[in-house]
Design a protein around this ligand. Structure first.
Ligand code: IPM
Ligand code: MG
Length: 364
């Protein structure tokens, strides 16, 4: 029997509701495949600010470092939204990414045919969507120094810094090529090379790395044009690789192609050591304060994030597929969460969906 240690960081809003269902599904995986999962839970984000005055404590980061993987819900909410506050919930996720060295954010966007009518786009446009967006996660304007505000001549001033080093670009671009090689072989590198020096360097490095991957087609696109093409012809894309902030924006956009943000998992990975990769797994939907506490959040992105954890950090491919198949099956059987429900659909609660997926996983 294999034993795995998992950090659980529910965070705020619907985080706790959805992570609870992911744990039930993981335990069902454990029962069926003979693994055991041991969980260590802690507060992060607004919940940690309320209890400890900071969004992420050092001991929480250390606890995570000692686990095989981290499951993360979401952080933030109106209660902590004061833009003047020096302590903000988002510092938790940024601190975890940086502190755990999670430089690669993997966001698969695959249209489940059954949901093709749940997107605001035409069925023909989204039907064949199947892409992976790779976002650089520990560099760029999110972390560059200086970042500060001051006053000059009675005017408010502010600066943020967009900086990248060769090493940071090389490793994420290389992962892009590896990912594309295992898929359809098309890598779209997204930048703003007509304006930014960081982008011109990014392009140069991507072209250099491309020599090691003659089997992959590399193309460069400007981020604004790419944003347009994601709507115009989304099924064209295979693997997109881009810097931190462009990736933040494009992945929210791309999420609409998959029916609902409530469906999209993500993995944030660091470098592999001795064949194992510490990773943090989170749904991309955020805390959804408008529906928090009502028990109606869609737990599927969180559950699918747990599947990515099994695949990327724990090396349990069959177990990951079992979860993904269970989700596909309950959707095929017509079950819907509130965010996916169409006319005539009776939306199920977070827990009811968790029950169905848990049973499907347990039963095989
Ligand atoms: C995301 C989120 C985060 C980001 C926030 C919560 C800091 O939008 O994971 O995409 O901007 O990276
Ligand atoms: Mg975002």
């Amino acid at each position: 029997m294999a034993h795995f240690k998992i950090a659980l960081l529910p965070g705020d809003g619907i985080g706790g509701e959805v992570i609870g269902q992911a744990v039930r599904v993981l335990d069902a995986v454990g029962g069926r495949f003979d693994h055991s999962f041991e969980y260590s839970e802690d507060l992060v984000g607004g919940a940690s600010i309320d209890a400890h005055g900071v969004a992420l404590r050092d001991e929480t980061l250390e606890m995570c470092q000692a686990q095989d993987a981290v499951l993360f819900g979401a952080v933030g909410g109106p209660k902590w939204d004061d833009p003047k506050a020096s302590v903000r919930p988002e510092q938790a996720i940024l601190g975890l990414r940086k502190g755990l060295g999670l430089f690669a954010n993997i966001r698969p966007v695959k249209m489940l045919p059954i949901l093709a009518d749940a997107t605001p786009l035409k069925r023909e446009t989204v039907e064949a969507v199947d892409m992976v967006v790779l976002r650089e996660l520990t560099g760029g304007i999110y972390f560059g120094e200086p970042q500060r505000r001051w006053e000059e001549n009675g005017q408010r001033q502010a600066v943020d810094t967009l900086a990248y080093s060769e090493h940071e670009v090389e490793r994420i671009v290389r992962l892009g090529f590896e990912t594309a090689r295992a898929r359809r072989g098309l890598l779209t590198s997204v930048d703003k090379a007509n304006i930014l020096d960081t982008s011109r360097m990014w392009r140069e490095i991507a072209d250099e790395v491309a020599r090691d991957y003659p089997d992959v087609t590399l193309e460069h696109r400007l981020v604004d044009a790419c944003a347009m093409d994601l709507i115009r012809h989304p099924s064209y894309f295979d693997v997109i690789v881009t810097e931190n902030m462009f990736g933040d924006i494009l992945t929210d956009e791309a999420s609409m192609l998959a029916g609902s943000m409530g469906m999209l998992p993500s993995a944030s990975l660091g470098a592999s050591e001795n064949g194992s990769t510490l990773g943090l797994y989170e749904p991309i939907h955020g805390t959804a304060p408008d529906i928090a506490g009502q028990g109606i959040a869609n737990p599927m992105a969180m559950i699918l994030s747990a599947a990515l954890m099994l695949r990327y950090s724990l090396g349990l491919e069959a177990e990951a597929t079992a979860i993904e198949d269970a989700v596909t099956d309950i959707l095929a059987a017509g079950h819907r969460s509130a965010d996916l429900a169409g006319d005539g659909d009776e939306p199920l609660s977070t827990e009811a969906l968790g029950n169905l997926i848990t049973d499907a996983v347990a039963g095989g």
